[in-house]
Design a protein. Sequence first.
Length: 343
Amino acid sequence: MTVTDSAFLKACRREPVPHTPVWFMRQAGRSLPEYRKVREGIAMLDSCMRPDLVTEITLQPVRRHGVDAAILFSDIVVPLKAIGVDLDIKPGVGPVVARPIRSRADLDQLRPLEPDDVRYVAEAIGLLTAELGDTPLIGFAGAPFTLASYLVEGGPSRNHEHTKALMYGDPELWAELLDRLAGIAGAFLGAQIDAGVSAVQLFDSWVGALAPADYRASVLPASAKVFEAVAGRGVPRIHFGVGTGELLGLLGEAGADVVGVDWRVPLAEAARRVGPDKALQGNLDPAVLFAPPEVVAAQADRVLDSAAGLPGHVFNLGHGVLPTTDPDALTRLVAHVHERTAR
Ligand SMILES: Cc1c2[nH]c(c1CCC(=O)O)Cc1[nH]c(c(CCC(=O)O)c1C)Cc1[nH]c(c(CCC(=O)O)c1C)Cc1[nH]c(c(C)c1CCC(=O)O)C2
């Protein structure tokens, strides 16, 4: 076995698999007591800059759950911090930006990302690939729209009103902002591929707030530029957002090899929307993990049944692991998916 032959990479390439591979968005994090222990007294962004901690935290869910892939412990705002944007991650809140970007002058905060800006990430990836053996490591970046939302709003937002005001009100400035963010995200993914990750995921978590026509006109070109920056590198590209049922076809069109699906659209229907030449990832509702074990198993089977016959399914949740999830429920779910799909 090598990483290349792993069930996860085979599923991304839509090749036959020994079992359906499974990993979880936010598998490294607050649901694990061993995570809370190593993070004690260390700020989130500081922990992302320490290769020893990044390595330990990334490995924790692999050891505990036996998932088919690791995801680098980092955050979508790490490359922004690395180029000098004044921001922090506030516990229980999320990324908070000191000087929101609302005018052309504010764009000065965004210079291009150089590999040296994130050398601690490359160092962590080197340590990780040595430890992980045959288990693939997924790198990631935030997509231009989702990064723009944090930068324009100044923090997490329910309605993205300032973001949309800029997008509709000053299309030229908006395009320039998204283009700069696309350059940063593409460079961040490129640095992770150079360092040895086996796949990359572009998180456009909040883009489900847009209508398809606006996505196509105002966001797709920037996300396509990110995927283009890492095309032809032999590394599958995954594209994910929440509430994107109406955008699934466009998320694929932007240049992904694998399209992530939240829990609102069954995978068989998602496959029709995405088209025949892409794999799918998803899509168990993360809240289902709070139900009794037999219910979790039955709901997982519903996901697997919907994906039956599709070439290329990576089992995942429809969004990240919720912080108060019982880790044993995740371990049982991995075992269940593996047993149910063993060929
Ligand atoms: C939108 C977004 C962010 N960050 C990320 C996204 C896209 C994924 C998604 O939609 O969930 C991506 C991310 N953030 C983190 C990872 C690690 C890898 C993984 O296990 O998935 C990944 C892939 C660690 C983290 N990033 C963050 C934490 C929690 C911080 C802590 O443990 O103190 C972790 C483990 C902080 C963060 N950073 C962000 C949010 C919304 C938060 C949570 C705020 C909170 O509730 O405390 C921005």
